[in-house]
Design a protein around this ligand. Sequence first.
Ligand code: PGA
Length: 248
Amino acid sequence: MSIYMKKPFIICNWKMNPATPREAKKITQEIARITEAKKGTVIIAPPTLFIERVRALYPWVAGQDISAHAAGAYTGQISARMLRKENVSYVIVGHSERRKYQCETDEQIAQKIKQAHGEKITPIICVGETKKATIPQAWNKIKKQLDILIPSLVRGGNYIFAYEPVWAIGGNKEVDPKYATDIIYRIKLYVRTQTQEVSPVIYGGSVNCENIDSLLYYKNTIDGFLVGSASVRPKEIKNIIKKIYGSY
Ligand code: PGA
């Protein structure tokens, strides 16, 4: 694993925010000011239109999505190669909002993982149950996703799994850290038995300044966090990063 794969991983998924390049620049500068490579990897995932600007100010940038295809007639999509040419080293694939609004399937997400690996971009692969459920029920759903996604992983390649219970996404939903940790443990074990490789698994879903301490209690199992809504609030994301840095 390269230096760019140092845990804890903190992925700032800006989603379709902020509204202006100026704000994007401001948040990037705030984040850049407090990140330290030796303490972990903080990755900013801005909207595609802001990637070039953010990348000019900050080294660790992710795309929020890529095409399942290498090139061609796919209006509105961007390829893994395009990201690499912008010096982007990570990409989120299979985010629940893409699954929901663009009807993405695990089979398509598996193709995206292949595209990312082909360009030496680290995929951040989102999995998670859509409805609140018991651990065995949730695991049953996630295992089905993993069974389709794992065959597309390249041996010796870098990848990160993000466990996001979809019902807990939204910035301020109630999350049970013990529940999340139990599922993360299962994902780690399953990926390891299927691939003979160890993959980082991070948690995402309403990570904020209030609940980060209770999540950090399980830092031995959780390798980092995917932060959505809170990641475009400069003060809050800075506090979250500081707490995470202070804890690992
Ligand atoms: P949230 O989003 O932190 O707003 O719940 C998480 C995500 O982007 O998946």
